[in-house]
Design a protein around this ligand. Structure first.
Ligand SMILES: O=C(O)Cc1cc(O)ccc1O
Ligand SMILES: [Fe+2]
Length: 448
């Protein structure tokens, strides 16, 4: 890709200079004077004293230090900058499903909408001020953030584009994020999103807790699932334009704006491991049952944000990738279930095997909260119970994903009232027959 080059390696300590000689030498990170008159600035992603395995920091070599922010005035709270980021206050155990957001004609698309203005909160839990919880959004946008940038002090943002690629300018360089990729922007790193085509749509999960990690592989061994080398990091790409730029800060679930007159994307070189990254979901190597039974979806975990309880995630990001299904004497789609976790699902493209009936379409989403019964719709059940169980490729074009959280989520008024909500969703489970009554012997003995 022209203009984009990437470094590799999940959480690796990397370095990049857009101008040769811009990085300090001789082991120093903050020499008395930096090359080219640059300013050294550290951004930390963990407490200074965290164990090395989770310690994250990056040194930035900037044309101007970030402190010049607000040269044109202090941060002012500006809720209108993100009008659809709302408090999630509605409580319901109901199973919910939404159709894709319209990208044209309807609000906010009568006017040009950038990524921040196009963020709509669906559901959330917790409070960023105590570093626990998450917020789920859907977004649409049709306007580049040419003269604005954002940083989020509350959480890391995992973005899942569904329609339209995104060019994301970050302090440490550029990311070209196609649909089928995911991108993570860690907290406090400045970024600006530009849709590449006319319209863009997708999903975001913001986590207030621990940064993403790769799940343990355990007995799977040293290979499989997402590989460290497939995580792509930007290379330094600075700008030095005197353009008045809006700086948007999300802080304790409120939006503030300030302005800078110098370029916020002025990092000439950097070194460290606290960085935005992207990952092509096609590189995920699925591992599954090769003889019988449907395995739990945790086998498809790409990234996990752990909680303090071992094995319990604040958030697992799970992909349902194209794969071969070979299980014998098995109901192959997802089973009926009630979980102690909350599951928000989206569809990037194709179809999903638990919902062969119409209704769960690309760009759409569903929420199955803790304890709420869900699983295959009637049509999927009927098809799968009578299917010829030859090895079968599960849709080479089908890619669904799930945000799986150990938290209970509250919903926004918008999520409940919006026209996109499928008010007939639960009807997909009406019509299961009482086979037992038909088959069981009148004596109440064994059925066949
Ligand atoms: O479709 C779902 O609800 C997600 C899901 C998938 C699966 O294969 C098993 C359990 C589960 O919750
Ligand atoms: Fe589920």
């Amino acid at each position: 890709m022209v203009g984009y080059s990437y470094l590799k390696g999940f959480k690796s300590h990397l370095e990049s200079e857009a101008l040769q000689g811009a990085l300090p030498k001789n082991g120093r990170n903050n020499p008395q004077k930096c090359s080219f008159g640059l300013y050294a600035e550290q951004i930390s992603g963990s407490a200074f004293t965290e164990p090395r395995a989770s310690n994250l920091k990056t040194w930035l070599y900037k044309i101007k230090p970030s402190v010049v922010i607000g040269g044109l005035g202090e941060f002012v709270e500006n809720a209108k900058r993100a009008p659809y980021v709302q408090q999630a206050e509605i409580v319901t155990p109901e199973r919910l499903r939404w159709n894709p957001l319209a990208v044209e004609g309807q609000p906010p698309h009568e006017q040009q909408t950038d990524f921040v203005a196009g963020l709509r909160t669906v559901a959330a839990h917790g409070d960023p001020s105590n570093r626990d919880g998450l917020q789920i959004y859907v977004y649409t946008c049709n306007k580049p953030m040419n003269t604005s940038c954002m940083y989020n002090s509350d959480g890391d943002m995992l973005i899942v584009p569904q329609l339209g690629s995104l060019d994301i300018r970050t302090e440490v360089g550029l990311l070209h994020v196609e649909t089928g990729y995911i991108v993570v922007i860690p907290r406090n790193i400045k970024f600006a999103v530009s849709p590449v085509s006319e319209h863009a749509r997708g999903y975001v999960c913001e986590i207030y807790g621990r940064h993403f990690e790769l799940p343990e592989r355990g007995v799977i061994g040293a290979n499989g699932l997402a590989s460290e080398v497939d995580f792509l990091y930007p290379t330094a790409a600075f700008r030095d334009e005197d353009v008045k730029t809006e700086v948007i800060c999300k802080f304790q679930n409120r939006f503030f704006t300030s302005w800078v007159e110098s370029d916020p994307f002025d990092v000439v070189a950097w070194r460290g491991n606290y960085l935005p990254f992207m990952y092509d979901l096609e590189n995920f190597c699925p591992v599954n049952s090769v003889l019988f039974d449907h395995m739990d979806p945790s086998i498809f975990t790409v990234l996990t944000s752990p909680s303090a309880t071992p094995g319990v995630a604040l958030l697992d990001f799970v992909v349902f990738p194209p794969r071969w299904m070979v299980q014998e004497d098995t109901f192959r789609p997802p089973y009926f279930h009630r979980n102690c976790m909350t599951e928000y699902m989206g569809l990037i493209r194709g179809t999903y095997d638990a919902k062969s009936g119409k209704g769960f379409v690309p760009g759409g989403s569903s929420l199955h909260s803790m304890g709420s019964p869900h699983g295959p719709d009637v049509e999927s059940f009927e098809t799968a119970t009578s299917a010829d169980l030859k090895p079968a490729k599960l849709g080479s074009e089908d890619v669904a994903f799930m945000f799986e959280t150990s938290k209970m989520l509250n919903l926004t008024k918008w999520a409940i009232e919006c026209p996109e909500r499928d008010r007939e969703y639960v009807a997909c489970w009406s019509g299961f027959e009482n086979h037992f009554r038909k088959r069981a012997k009148p004596s109440g003995g064994d059925g066949d």
